[in-house]
Write a protein that binds this ligand. Structure first.
Ligand SMILES: Nc1nc2c([nH]c(=O)n2[C@@H]2O[C@H](COP(=O)(O)OP(=O)(O)OP(=O)(O)O)[C@@H](O)[C@H]2O)c(=O)[nH]1
Ligand SMILES: [Mg+2]
Length: 126
């Protein structure tokens, strides 16, 4: 199976809240909450993909970010290389541009939401 490269933006605002969105039921890991992100295109760096997905999905422009975690995860039906970026400075107002529900939650509230399994060790490190 081909390993798919994914870039993900963990957005942290000035109140130390994190932006999460709900994955559509029909998608891979549907019905779970996620951080905005998606597949890295062949002509893109991981950073470029993160910035593009962030803008396409929730309308934010990242201005300061760093690689927070890179990990391989095997879901059985999909094998992924995931690049998680921590974005602590950005411009724009977040909205679900694909109609997806969106929330800002504190670090302790993150535990109340179901995330894809690959996220669990990353969330524990935040
Ligand atoms: N966006 C995002 N994807 C995640 C997270 N955690 C995680 O395991 N994934 C997995 O990474 C992959 C991301 O793909 P995606 O569905 O967002 O890709 P995409 O935006 O390019 O969408 P598309 O497939 O409709 O083109 C999915 O298999 C998803 O299950 C996360 O926190 N955010
Ligand atoms: Mg996506």
């Amino acid at each position: 199976m081909k390993v798919i490269d994914i870039s993900i933006a963990i957005i942290k605002n000035a109140q130390h809240h994190f932006l999460i969105t709900l994955r559509p039921d029909a998608s891979h890991q549907g019905g779970k909450w996620e951080f905005p992100g998606g597949k890295i295109e062949i002509d893109e760096t991981p950073e470029q993909a993160m910035c593009r997905e962030l803008y396409e999905e929730v309308g934010l422009t990242a201005s300061q970010y760093q690689l927070f975690e890179k990990l391989f995860f095997d879901y059985g039906d999909k094998q992924l290389n995931l690049y998680f970026y921590l974005v602590e400075d950005f411009t724009g107002e977040a909205s679900g541009k694909e109609g997806q529900p969106l929330k800002w939650v504190s670090k302790s509230q993150l535990a109340e939401y179901a995330f894809p399994e690959a996220n669990l060790s990353v969330i524990a490190k935040l």
